[in-house]
Design a protein around this ligand. Structure first.
Ligand code: TYM
Length: 332
């Protein structure tokens, strides 16, 4: 059976981008047709300036949102990265296979490191090695497929390269994974800055729809989305990025193709109204279920405990095999 692995990082409140770009695919497709693991990757949240209490809070919230979105622990494994030591164990071995040049070429590293420097802060070494830990997340489980949004495709490509390199040097140990991207909304853009991705740790709040936003807040954010000058509703990512973003969000939430949907509108206002309602409807059940889960923290904890137990058992043999293959003595 196909093995699927993916994760979400608790660095901020989860967004519509996380949902349409990744989580929805996990819920509707991946958990039903594959042996799937979904992880709150909390170690990754330590790569930038962080507040320990906030990371804890956001990790719990992310786990609860994964379940609220429809991940079913009867079908898949849901767990927290730091509860399974194998991720960190394998990451070190992969650091011995990766090069610093490869790390410095990663787009997200370049962008985030530049942002940190502009703020006058220092760049944590873990930000540079982050993609290696991500490769470890994937390779430890022998994942064939990694369902992600477009911004993570380069990191999955690195995981492929490291798997192939390790296998060539030390003998076949890892499955070579591949990224799978959603058909629409693989890159949901910030509603206020359509040239930038809608990212959960960004500062431009009004351009970001959070999964737990109240319906009226969602409506306001969508209605105030920056569109482009012009009147005609057409789907053109290059020339009309703001409009294209709304059409993609509408297509992802209500069905249809962005270019065809464009033909049905003669004003921006009507498009925004329908998009806002479509988003509100998609998020409604998720918010309601999340409220129920908040009232039952013991349930979420139980899911994570069982998830970590299953994940450990799955990762251990592969990581142990990698330790032997690379030349480390078995424990005596
Ligand atoms: P993260 O937490 O930034 O995002 C989680 C998932 O949501 C997708 N995504 C988006 N998709 C479309 N439009 C957007 N605006 C948008 N924003 C986020 C991301 O592509 C991702 O699929 N490094 C990863 C987490 C990770 C991981 C892994 C993923 C760590 N280890 C192993 C897969 C496999 C990250 O920061 O995702």
């Amino acid at each position: 059976m196909t093995r699927v692995f993916s994760g979400v990082k608790p660095t901020g409140h989860l967004t519509l981008g996380n949902y349409l770009g990744a989580m929805r695919q996990w819920v509707t497709v991946d958990q039903h047709r594959s042996d799937a693991l979904f992880c709150v990757v909390d170690l990754h949240a330590l790569t930038v300036d962080h507040d320990p209490a906030r990371v804890r809070r956001l990790s719990r919230q992310a786990a609860s949102l994964l379940l609220a979105a429809g991940l079913d622990p009867g079908l898949c494994t849901v767990f927290v990265q730091s509860h399974v030591d194998e991720h960190a164990r394998l990451s070190y071995l992969l650091e011995c296979v990766a090069t610093d040049g490869e790390m410095r070429r990663m787009i997200q590293y370049k962008e985030k490191a530049a942002r940190e420097r502009v703020r006058g802060g220092s760049v944590r070494l873990s930000l540079l090695t982050y993609p290696v830990l991500m490769a470890a997340d994937i390779l430890a489980y022998g994942a064939d497929e990694v369902p992600v949004g477009d911004d993570q495709a380069q990191h999955v490509e690195l995981a492929r390269d490291l798997a192939v390199r390790f296998n060539q040097r030390y003998g076949h140990t890892f499955v070579v994974p591949r990224a799978t991207l959603p058909g629409v909304a693989a890159r949901v853009m910030n509603l206020q800055e359509p040239a930038s991705k809608m990212g959960k740790s960004d500062d431009v709040g009004p351009g970001i729809v959070y999964l737990l936003d109240e319906p009226d807040v969602v409506r306001k954010k969508v209605m105030r989305a920056v569109t482009d000058s012009g009147r005609e509703v057409v789907y053109d990512r290059e020339a009309r990025p703001g409009l294209a973003n709304l059409l993609e969000i509408l297509a992802a939430c209500a069905g249809g193709e962005p270019a065809e949907l464009a033909g049905g509108y003669d004003s921006y206002g009507a498009l925004k109204k329908d998009t806002a309602e479509a988003v509100v409807e998609v998020l409604r059940p998720l918010r309601e279920r999340h409220k129920e889960l908040c009232a039952d923290p013991g349930y979420v904890e139980g899911v994570l405990r069982e998830g970590a137990r299953k994940a450990r058992a799955m990762a251990r043999p592969t990581v142990d095999a990698a330790y032997r293959a690379i030349g480390l003595l078995p424990p005596v």
